[in-house]
Design a protein around this ligand. Structure first.
Ligand code: ADP
Ligand code: MG
Length: 459
């Protein structure tokens, strides 16, 4: 198999070196970094590529150039055969992991396994810094390099899909990598709450306390979820005090400024506000383009510049939606095995662009529009009265809020007069059932949605 007569690997390396000098760096990184020599036979050379899409693109763009180079270097014509070697998660990540595994024993004692709570795709390297987020990104970076000394605590706040989870986890990942002995814990407020409740039920509260009060770096995502949970707040308060007094770093994220949180004890609010509070704003057009290009590069796909511009012009408020648009296009292109162009993109993304979630709809606007439509006050809508004249509009408002905003049922419950999340689920279900049997409801809902969107756009 490893017949030395057919080893063209050094010719391949040389061809790649020459090609690198002739094409742009971006093109080179995009197309040659994930192509690798995998063997040869007489006048054939095998290359591994990660997907059939990739293969088509490389064939179209570079096959001629590659064959020409090899012909020159080897003195006879060489046929290239591509082999598709599906990357597991992502080729480079998997390779890096394999390599790290191979090198670990030599470099230093085997490191602890990757943190189970952190997703390593959330790294500083993959976070694009623009004017909308540079303050938060720099603070996060400083904290990761120097936990416990610079800004403690730090609270990052901003709307849905603007990078809160990415940044807080990037801090965890970086610190975890740089300080092997540091105990890093990342949790969402929801998980923290659930663990706390279970610890009470199972009488293991001392274990819970010990766990959270012994960490060196505590990262809690989405602290708005603590609203209305008095007992968990109390527990968190004592955790905070213990860690703060021991100079342990804490970082929190929240979907709004702390001052706008409701049903939060004053002492906890003041703790969150201590230290540094930084916000994430929606990215401007240039930053959106930079983020999308980065995602395109990470996924090793080809998307024409015009399509990038189309997406970034239409999706303006939320990075998660930018990514979702890209994912949709890539899936489509792979499925139909076609190159992406503007026309396809426009057709495929029509729904995404029309999605009302694009416009930031608040729960308050939903309530106001529904209350006005039914001649009620917003207080009625959030109140306890259960007459039919109020119960139906209330459920409709819950349904619309669920449809048109990004809030969870728990958060909606809080905004609907401190109700439980199951009440919201029940309300939505009632409306869904009624839509199926009552054909007059559909036009009412469409009309309300339109008003809510208009309100939202002008708010
Ligand atoms: P949030 O927690 O604020 O709702 P996320 O951190 O989950 O938002 O971000 C949503 C998606 O957008 C993630 O996939 C994240 O990687 C990506 N993202 C957000 N901001 C950036 C950025 N500045 N650079 C690169 N990716 C970003
Ligand atoms: Mg998040």
């Amino acid at each position: 198999m490893a017949d030395r007569a057919w080893d063209y690997s050094s010719a391949w390396d040389e061809a790649v070196r020459q090609i690198a000098a002739e094409i742009s760096e971006q093109e080179f990184l995009m197309w040659f970094r994930n192509m690798s020599y995998s063997g040869a036979e007489q006048s054939r050379l095998f290359l591994n590529v990660p997907s059939s899409f990739y293969k088509d693109q490389v064939q179209q763009r570079y096959l001629h150039l590659i064959e020409e180079k090899l012909h020159e270097l080897l003195g006879n014509p060489i046929q290239i055969d591509f082999r598709i070697e599906k990357p597991r998660a992502s080729a480079s990540e998997a390779e890096a992991a394999d390599q790290a595994k191979a090198e670990a024993p030599r470099r230093r004692p085997v490191r602890k396994a990757a943190s189970p709570q952190l997703n390593d795709k959330y790294a500083f390297d993959s976070f694009v810094v623009g004017e909308n987020n540079s303050f938060a990104a720099n603070a996060a970076y400083a904290i990761a390099k120097n936990p416990g000394t610079t800004y403690n605590p730090c609270l990052i706040y901003g709307g849905v899909g603007l990078g809160k989870t990415h940044l807080i986890q990037a801090i965890g990942n970086a610190a975890y990598g740089d300080f092997p002995d540091m105990k890093v814990v990342y949790v969402t407020a929801e998980t923290f709450t659930n663990e706390f409740i279970i610890s009470i039920k199972e009488r293991t509260n001392h274990i819970f306390k010990r766990k959270y009060r012994s960490v060196d770096l505590l990262l809690i995502d989405d602290i708005h979820m603590f609203q209305g949970k008095a007992q968990t707040q109390e527990e968190l308060f004592y955790t905070f005090e213990a860690l703060y007094n021991a100079n342990k770093q804490m970082v929190f994220t929240c979907d709004r400024p702390v001052s706008e949180l409701r049903e939060l004890t004053e002492r906890l609010r003041s703790r969150f506000e201590r230290g540094l509070n930084v916000d994430l704003q929606p990215p401007n057009y240039e930053t959106r383009v930079a983020i999308l290009r980065k995602k395109i590069e990470e996924q090793h796909v080809v998307i024409p510049e015009g399509v990038v511009e189309l997406i970034c012009r239409n999706i303006t408020t939320n990075v998660r939606d930018l990514e979702a648009a890209l994912t949709k296009l890539v899936a489509y292109a792979n499925l139909v095995n076609r190159n992406m162009n503007l026309e396809i993109a426009q057709a495929q993304l029509r729904d995404v662009f029309a999605n009302p979630r694009q416009k930031s709809v608040s729960i308050e606007i939903v309530q106001r529009v529904v209350a006005e439509y039914f001649g009620l006050s917003q207080t009625d809508l959030k109140g306890k009265k259960r007459t039919k004249a109020i119960a139906f509009p209330r459920q409709l408002a819950m349904y619309l809020a669920r449809e048109m905003t990004e809030y969870s049922t728990t958060e909606l419950g809080i905004e609907f007069g401190g109700r439980d999340h199951t009440t919201i689920m029940y309300g939505c279900q009632k409306i869904e059932n009624r839509i199926k049997t009552d054909s007059t409801l559909e036009p009412i809902i469409s009309g309300l949605k339109r008003s809510i969107r208009e309100y939202g756009a002008n708010a």
